[in-house]
Design a protein around this ligand. Sequence first.
Ligand code: ADP
Length: 498
Amino acid sequence: MQKCAMLQLRQRRWIWLLAWGLLSALGSLVLARLALAELRDAFETDARIMHRLLSQRVVQHDAVMATLALLQPRQSAQPQPPEQRLGAVYPQILALQRRDAGAPWPQDSLRAAEARSRQSRHAALANLDLAAGRYQLVLGADPSSYALLIDLRATVPWSEWPMRPDSSPVRVTLEHQGQRFLLQPGQVRDGGWRFDFHKHLAADSQPFDMVAVRQVGWQALPWGWFLAWAGAMAALLLALQALQRQRAGRRRAEELLRLGQISRLNSLGELAAGMAHELNQPLTAVLANTQAASRLLREDPPDLATARTAMTQAVEQARRAASVVGRLRRLVERPELSGQVQPVLLQEALDNALYLLEPELSRRHVQPVRKTPATPLAVLADPVALEQIIHNLLMNALQALEQTGAGPRELTLSLSEDQGQGLLSVYDNGPGIPPERMARIFEPFFTTRQAGLGLGLSLCETLAVGMGGALSASSPASGGAEFRLTLPLAAPDDPKQP
Ligand code: ADP
């Protein structure tokens, strides 16, 4: 399994993009639904207004007929009865026919309509021609019956109409028995969303259905709002991302500071240990010399008193110095690490160290290659000490890689199980370690770097050994350097398993 930091970075970018896409799509969906609901509401309100206006007009026809039936006995004798002037008041009434008692209707259809009217006790339709927008309304009454010829187009009160009939997208028709009168054509195409309104006009005598249809296409959706929403989401996510990056940067800086502090403390310990080591040798020599002096005193002629005093004092001094060194050594002795170990996942420790070094890696254009087993590898270690070792090894590798010039920079980090131990190998294709240097790199104060202290590797080794593990180095013939850190594996049934 191979993974690298850049891949994770790219994956994270995809996640942000995905989140933006999802939020934009969801927001647009809600906006589209709201816009469609608003359009539907407006459509239904308009359709209800049109239905009310048309219903009022057709009911008016019933009222006119009822009035004619009531007034007829007196009016019928006049030369030009007032009913003939109806057209002046109601422009939709094109003509009026009257059939006096005993006289026939000019058409059978009118006779049949009168019969239906008498049966239903309200006016009845005759000669319906919806395509032309004409029909007749017949009311059977005594002594005279009446028939009105009605023009549907003139029936519509256009001045009160809620939309412009020539440009409105809504199609409105009046329908009855398969016939249809087109009030306004609208624009009805395929695709998109369709709103329908279907209702009887409120007059039994003229049982027309008013049908209104509005087809809403994709272009009617609020694209401007969609764009604005997507833009707002992008701005929000970018701000969140910046905040997250800022937080991660702060966390990383704090972590590095902490590691630096620990490292400095440990380096001081290492320094003191080195000094103790250095001091102990001359002191031992002093001790040996004084003992030699005392031997000399045994020669002839010996100044026994002075020699004995001097010797006793020298021995005392030497012992005091040795005890000071001993005390110093005890003071700087590192606490026993083996007591502090706990199960730690090597993968996690490596991830943490890589995360902290992310800026260093990208600054040096190094893309580490991770080779890790699919199952987690738990070792017994002190988490801080382990982190410090990995950090030091990675920093050393990065410093070595700086010397590779323009060639490709390889940094391979492998985790595996090796002879019952957890193994972390850090390989870099830097200049490698020549054999004469190899024996000394773990010595305190051994360094080949100008600004180096030479304490890093010796500290790492001490820490590794303190945790029951080991640290070794090799420089393969093919070039570069490999550092191998081994640590005892945590038992699978360890109650402290992470
Ligand atoms: P410092 O980093 O202060 O020199 P270290 O103890 O970490 O101290 O390293 C000691 C020496 O080991 C370095 O100066 C360098 O010569 C050698 N060394 C460490 N790591 C590498 C490496 N990855 N490649 C080559 N040489 C290395």
